[in-house]
Design a protein around this ligand. Structure first.
Ligand SMILES: [Zn+2]
Length: 185
């Protein structure tokens, strides 16, 4: 498969660290954001996505049907090795996965209960999900690519914008359902 990484996108990196107001505008259904960092044996990934991409809805998951859907989604996301398929020889294993969404009871996501907070994003009719993954790689030098299978597992994703940092470089990439491999050298 062809490499999908484009050149360094400094402007995108800067954009990412700007105010929450601007970050909020990045809530576009169909589009997810993925930050990837490789540091020694550790691979960390942060996914920020409209909940609609994963569930097809963004209202608070209160009805039994919605709660079931949220639990199913969490089970899929917690199968880290299936969500992010790394180069087998690198032997990367997930050591931590954390899921957070204002619209969903943390217990449904497999997290500890959180103190109740008023949340503007749900009141606005939109909600996101944040997923943090940490992988530990036995042979990080052999890590060459990551297949992002969110597209096949969740029909709501049309594009995932990736920002990646390795000890050697920073990269930006756009993944789509037909080009979901993130690769680098
Ligand atoms: Zn939305």
């Amino acid at each position: 498969m062809k490499r999908v990484l484009s050149s360094v996108a400094i402007s995108a990196l800067l954009y990412h660290s700007l105010s929450p107001a601007i970050a909020h505008e990045a809530h576009v259904h169909g589009v997810g954001k993925l930050d990837v960092a490789i540091d020694g044996p550790q691979l960390t990934l942060h996914l920020d996505t409209p909940l609609a991409n994963l569930l097809g809805f963004e209202h608070a998951a209160k009805r039994p049907k919605d709660r079931q859907a949220a639990q199913k989604m969490a089970r899929q996301l917690r199968d880290g090795r299936r969500v992010f398929v790394t180069t087998p020889a690198a032997e990367c294993k997930p050591i931590s996965i954390k899921l957070v969404s204002a619209a969903i009871d943390p217990l449904l996501l497999g997290e500890l209960p959180a103190p109740a907070t008023a949340d503007a994003s749900v009141k606005s009719g939109h909600a996101d999900l944040d997923a943090d993954y940490v992988f530990q790689c036995a042979n990080p030098e052999k890590l060459e690519s990551i297949d992002v299978t969110l597209f096949s597992q969740f029909k709501g994703f049309q594009r995932i914008d990736v920002q990646m940092v390795t000890p050697k470089k920073q990269l930006a990439a756009k993944l789509i359902p037909t080009a979901f491999r993130l690769s680098w050298e």
